[in-house]
Design a protein around this ligand. Structure first.
Ligand code: KG4
Ligand code: ZN
Length: 343
């Protein structure tokens, strides 16, 4: 039974990739948001699905326990459990979904399935310490993460139209693969961002995909970068060390240009006054800088969530869960996780 006079406590669970996270929200207020990362993948240069599933198994109980303690509530006060049902790594999703189902069944409370990508968008509706204004519908949203790159027209909380998406690698994946080529650890995005601060973005040129629509492609850029480095290393084995900052700045420039060119194109076609960035790559300083230039050009109000809410976290899952709770959009135990948005 839903009591509309009381703002419900929603427990969110996120386990789609390599972060095990649990959060408690009360409406759009975050009471706790606990994230256990998985350092094990760093030595492999990317997420190893089997290792991720095992780490989720180890982390899920302590992470949920800590989230409840930090929120200052007991499990009996939770009104519903929202969890990521996809897209993501199937083994990882199964850990979170089995846990959520078991807990909801045990507590006899509703179960709410959440789409990971839509939750990234709704991270912008969580209350922040700075009390930033929430975006106004309709708005354009660029979701850029390690697994996904999407340009959306968001009509309301539940109506998100995909205008464009990557046809191969995601933007975060492009950062991570470029970092691997440079011999950097995973996740490479933040490292490239940091190195690039002292580099010349115009020093090296690579090829950027020219798709006619609003879709993105990064695999050609990655190959162009790979071959360029391979050839230079033949001439000079110290080429990477001697040019690391310029290489980081140049590859970052090209990845971000691929994104901002499409954003520019979308803004010319679709009128809107609000633009939102979401996903892990939204933390990138060059993207944020370019976004502000676009904001100036098109007179936009830009919303970017605080850093802790741009990367994978369960607060965004719980937030989406809250909006679904108000609509009584609950699921039964038969619902199965999906790994890709095409399923
Ligand atoms: O949203 P997220 O935490 O997980 C996924 O859903 O994938 O995004 C992680 C991705 C990684 O590829 C990581 O390298 C990238 O976001 N990332 C960055 C930065 N911070 C995180 N990429 C570029 N610059 C950053 N500052
Ligand atoms: Zn994500």
């Amino acid at each position: 039974m839903i009591n509309r006079n009381i703002t419900p406590y929603i427990l969110g669970i996120e386990s789609s990739c390599d972060d095990t996270s649990a959060a408690v929200v009360c409406g759009t207020k975050i009471l706790s948001n606990v994230i256990a990362g998985q350092k094990i993948h760093a030595e492999y240069g990317g997420v190893v699905p089997e290792l991720a599933s095992r780490a989720h198994q180890q982390n899920i109980i302590p992470v949920v326990d800590t989230a409840l303690k930090r929120a200052g509530i007991t499990k009996n006060q939770i009104a519903a459990i929202a969890y990521t049902n996809g897209p993501g790594l199937l083994g990882s999703l199964l850990v979170g979904s089995s846990f959520a189902k078991g807990m909801a069944l045990g507590l006899n409370i509703p179960l709410i399935v959440v789409d990971h990508l839509q939750a990234h968008v709704l991270a912008n509706f969580l209350d922040t310490e700075e009390n930033k204004p929430k975006p106004e519908f309709p708005f354009l949203c660029l979701t850029v993460s390690g697994g996904h790159t999407q340009l959306l027209m968001v009509h309301d909380y539940f109506n998100m139209e995909i205008l464009g998406r990557t046809i191969d690698d995601a933007a975060g994946e492009a950062f991570d693969k470029a970092a691997k080529i440079l011999g950097l650890t995973y996740p490479g995005g933040p490292i490239i961002d940091k190195l690039a601060q002292q580099g010349n973005p115009k020093r090296f040129t690579f090829s950027i995909a020219k798709l006619p629509n609003l879709n993105f492609s990064f695999s050609g850029l990655k190959t162009s970068f790979l071959y360029f480095i391979r050839d230079r290393l033949i001439e000079n084995p110290n080429f990477i060390e001697e040019n690391l900052h310029d290489l980081a700045a140049s590859i970052q420039f090209h990845i971000i240009k691929s994104l901002t060119d499409k954003m520019d194109k979308a803004l010319k076609t679709y009128r809107c006054t609000n633009f939102v960035l979401s996903g892990g790559v939204a933390a990138n300083s060059e993207l944020r800088k370019k976004m502000l230039e676009l904001a100036d050009k098109y007179q936009l109000r830009v919303t970017i969530p605080p850093l802790a809410l741009t990367t994978d976290n369960a607060a965004m899952i719980a937030c989406y869960g809250y909006f679904k709770y108000l609509r009584k959009e609950f699921s039964d135990l038969s619902v199965m996780p999906y790994s890709s948005i095409d399923e």
